[in-house]
Design a protein around this ligand. Structure first.
Ligand code: ACM
Length: 231
């Protein structure tokens, strides 16, 4: 499985919706999805990649899951960051898991990390691996993903942009440091903050099925939702 960043092929910052519209695509017929489908078939791999999805007159910040047999599914970012709110429509088709050869994966996009409910919901729905295409500008997400891994007992894969974009009178420095963490929050792979890198690791996804912390503690069964009550 390959995990690529959020808005992987377009860049992150757009002047306005008119410019953004030049780069959007319908996930079932777009050119970068076609490219990804060919790559997935050639490599016998599953790809997770962020793109700007057009659906009618709406544009979503979306990630697609593509396998050798075709499009597996997509996730539309629920929590838009800052100026994204002026460009994209917030996700409206929820949090799903996708079955990849018997392993369940979930997708969250960049700023979704700051809402622990996203990772929790995906994990409660059985996700063993959280794929996290990102264009991170805040410095602390990678540390927070340690908690997302540990509190949910899942693998997390944060694939983040590097470099600088200077547009619309704003300057974004993307923080890189892509990482893969296991369900105990241990680092399996760590990229640098400035160079483009790909990291490859072997994992045993079954490790994410064990939610026991001690013989008396279970990550999910010990939850006390009756007492969490607030919306
Ligand atoms: C972000 O959500 N791209 C910061």
């Amino acid at each position: 499985m390959w995990v690529l960043p959020e808005l992987a092929l377009t860049g992150y910052e757009f002047f306005d919706t008119t410019e953004l519209r030049r780069y959007v695509e319908d996930v079932s017929g777009g050119s970068s999805v076609a490219w990804l489908l060919a790559l997935a078939a050639e490599r016998g791999a599953v790809m997770v990649m962020g793109l700007a999805e057009s659906a009618g007159d709406r544009v979503y910040n979306t990630a697609v899951v593509v396998g050798p047999e075709g499009l597996v599914g997509k996730y539309r970012k629920l929590h838009l960051f800052d100026r994204e709110k002026a460009l994209f429509h917030p996700g409206d088709d929820g949090l799903q898991t996708f079955d990849i050869r018997g392993v369940k994966i979930g997708i969250m996009i960049c700023f979704d990390w700051i809402f622990p409910e996203v990772a929790r919901t995906l994990a409660l729905r059985g996700a063993q691996i959280l794929c996290h295409p990102s264009n991170l500008v805040l410095p602390y997400c990678q540390k927070a993903m340690f908690a997302r891994s540990v509190e949910n007992g899942v693998f997390t894969i944060t694939a983040n942009r590097v470099g600088v974009e200077e547009r619309v009178g704003r300057r974004f420095v993307f923080s890189g440091n892509s990482q893969i963490l296991n369900p105990r929050g241990e680092s399996l792979a760590q990229a640098g903050s400035e160079t483009i890198e790909a990291k490859v690791v072997d994992i045993e996804p079954e490790a994410a099925l064990n939610k026991e912390i001690t013989s008396a503690n279970h990550l999910f069964r010990d939850r006390r939702p009756t007492f969490y009550g607030l919306e």
